[in-house]
Design a protein around this ligand. Structure first.
Ligand SMILES: O=C1O[C@H](COP(=O)(O)O)[C@@H](O)[C@H](O)[C@H]1O
Length: 235
């Protein structure tokens, strides 16, 4: 890993290349899966769409394709676009074709009845260049949803316009949240999400990802991390 560091209560991992990032991400997910299965017998994971799925591709390769206990995975989506399951824009189709179809042989879904929100072992998020996560976009009323686990929008600034998404209370109730961000087009949003930017700067949704008791880890490549205040990093 090129750089790692603590940023307040968050862990930041900045990688030299996408290949290195993908390997570290696969390792991290495999470790969380093993620990959750050992402790509770299941691994409840929520996926996003976009570039994240191909960055998770190493999980389909050795050793993970054999060592991860895929049958214990409960798979959910942090957001979905309102299109047919077979549509090229579908986050379900993306993950099914790019990941799950290759490794998961059974599908099991359950909902926790022990808390107000489901507590996922891991929610994986990407982030758009406007700082959106899942389908929670800047200045959108969906950011203020506190009663529902899932909400819908019909006016996404990024196509397609109709989407459903986890709300912030669900995201922030997870045991682990991982945000994976690559590319220099996202560097400004990363800065706005993580640095001490002051109240006059726009509040990006990614900044509102603050697990109540869970752990938050960001995975970057160098271009995405290029505008971060680097003083907290060590080689
Ligand atoms: O529209 C979406 O965008 C974000 C970011 O996608 P990326 O391709 O820029 O990584 C994604 O995380 C979200 O699930 C998706 O619906």
């Amino acid at each position: 890993m090129a750089l790692s560091g603590a940023h307040k209560d968050r862990e930041l991992r900045i990688h030299e290349s996408l290949d290195e990032l993908s390997t570290d991400l696969a390792d991290y997910i495999a470790e969380l899966s093993e620990a959750s299965v050992k402790e509770r017998g299941v691994f409840a994971i929520a996926l996003s769409g976009g570039s994240l799925i191909s960055l998770m591709g190493k999980l389909c390769e050795a050793p993970y394709n054999k060592t991860v206990d895929w049958a214990r995975w409960y798979v959910f989506w942090a957001d979905e676009r309102v299109v047919a399951k077979s549509h090229a824009d579908s986050n379900y189709k993306l993950a099914r074709d790019g990941l799950l179809f290759k490794v998961v042989k059974s599908r099991i879904i359950s909902v926790s009845d022990t808390s107000d929100c489901p507590k996922f072992d891991l929610i994986l998020l990407g982030m758009g260049s406007d700082g959106h996560v899942a389908s929670l976009f800047p200045n959108h009323s969906a950011l203020e949803e506190t009663d529902e686990w899932v909400t819908f929008i019909t006016d996404s600034p990024k196509p397609p316009p109709e989407r459903i998404t986890f709300t912030l209370p669900v995201i922030n109730s997870a045991s682990n949240v991982v945000v994976v961000v690559t590319g220099d087009s996202k560097a400004e949003a990363v800065h706005l999400a993580l640095d001490d930017v002051g109240p006059d700067c726009p509040l990006v949704p990614a900044r509102m990802v603050q697990p109540t008791t869970g752990k938050l880890v960001w995975f970057f490549d160098k271009p995405a991390a290029s505008k971060l205040d680097g003083s907290q990093f060590s080689k």
